[in-house]
Design a protein around this ligand. Structure first.
Ligand code: F1P
Length: 368
């Protein structure tokens, strides 16, 4: 095997498998700096408006999971939007929104432009979270959470996604006074580490035994953003055709695509277990190949899962999200390697999307 073939995906593989250890380092760094507590104490209480989680690409899918967790824990209204929506359709925004800007690099043009737009339109000062240091996103924000330990060489985001997610979930837990949830997040690295080898071998055998034409990812609640991110990982790393839906939405038309060449991956939640299980059983009966990622499986799940990843994490449901995405990351990685791609340098992609103007030639701003 040529040296270049052997070197394919080395960074992504190392960064992907380093996640539990990286989460530990990030929690320790946040404790030592007191950054998260300082941000918690500086956030407004009882203010009007909504929490607005903003990102691009993987950072937008992270925003979806973070906003869902925020609402579940604090009871406050939160939503996630891609930065481009703020620029192109600002009238869709809530009148008052508390911005949380998410960016691994801290340099992505659209998120910087969106931060400038929100500032110029007198929205409350933004909180930013990034793995970079000395970045323009920090200049735009009065509060910043920095996670340099989670930064990556690979173009593909893996540990940066999960580490920034965990930090925002911890902030939500701190704000809500949800100490059990916070304890669950802190336990996640030790709960996840011992499972990775077995998860990796399940995904490797799935990839070695099948050639799929279509990849579908299904999830509800906080797991919908995880389904989105898994969809992006298999696109970025293996240039495969993939899509995601809310699990029960799969019945309303998309199931028409099901065939044995379709891999349908279920991120099975506990809250929606019975309803999501019946979609799984129906999808299996239609002839799909099924991969199920769940915390606990019963005989009914085993009966409809061609491949089963049962994580058995002793942490609250939404706190499992960061661990649930790992099988999706591995599926993208191993499928990319099998198809001859280099996951470190995905086709057509750059590590940071920098634009001349945020919407290619237009002034970049929709009418306020
Ligand atoms: C986000 C992002 C990544 C994508 C690619 C380009 O960047 O869109 O999601 O995989 O690496 O950048 P960032 O704003 O989080 O740095």
């Amino acid at each position: 095997m040529s040296e270049s073939t052997q070197r394919r995906g080395l960074n992504t593989c190392a960064e992907l498998l380093s996640q539990p250890e990286t989460w530990e380092k990030c929690f320790a760094a946040l404790d030592a700096s007191g950054e998260l507590r300082a941000v918690r104490d500086s956030l407004p209480h009882g203010g009007e408006g909504e929490w607005l989680f903003v990102g691009c690409g993987t950072s937008f899918y992270l925003a979806l999971v973070a906003a869902a967790t925020w609402s579940l824990l604090t009871g406050e209204t939160a939503r996630a939007v891609p930065a481009s929506e703020i620029l192109l359709f600002p009238k869709l925004l809530p009148r008052v929104c508390q911005p949380i800007l998410i960016s691994r690099s801290g340099h992505t043009s659209e998120i910087i432009e969106a931060g400038i737009f929100l500032k110029e339109n007198n929205q409350p000062p933004a909180l930013a979270i990034t793995c970079g240091t000395g970045t323009p996103i920090e200049d735009l924000s009065t509060r910043v959470i920095r996670l340099p330990d989670a930064d990556e060489k690979s173009t593909v985001m893996t540990r940066s996604f999960t580490s920034m997610l965990l930090a925002l979930q911890m902030l939500a837990a701190e704000r809500a006074g949800a100490s059990d949830f916070a304890a669950g997040l802190r336990a996640l690295p030790d709960e996840t580490e011992p499972k990775i080898t077995e998860v990796d071998s399940t995904i490797r055998s799935l990839v070695q035994c099948h050639r799929f034409e279509d990849y579908v990812f299904l999830g509800q609640g906080p797991f919908y953003g995880i389904a989105q991110e898994a969809m992006l990982k298999i696109k970025e790393m293996s240039c495969s055709y993939a899509q995601q839906f809310h699990t029960l939405e799969f019945r309303h038309g998309p199931k028409a695509i099901v065939s044995p060449e379709t891999l349908v991956t279920f991120f099975l939640s506990e809250s929606g277990f019975e309803s999501e299980l019946s979609v799984l059983q129906e999808t299996k009966e239609l002839g799909a190949t099924t991969l199920v990622i769940t915390n606990r499986a019963d005989a009914a799940v085993r009966g409809s899962a061609d491949y089963l990843i049962e994580l058995g994490l002793r942490v609250p449901e939404a706190a499992r999200a960061a661990a649930f995405v790992i099988p999706g990351q591995l599926l993208g990685f191993h499928t990319g390697i099998r198809k001859g791609f280099d996951p470190d340098n995905p086709r057509h992609l750059s590590r940071v999307v920098m634009l001349g103007t945020s919407t290619d030639g237009e002034s970049g701003r929709g009418s306020a």
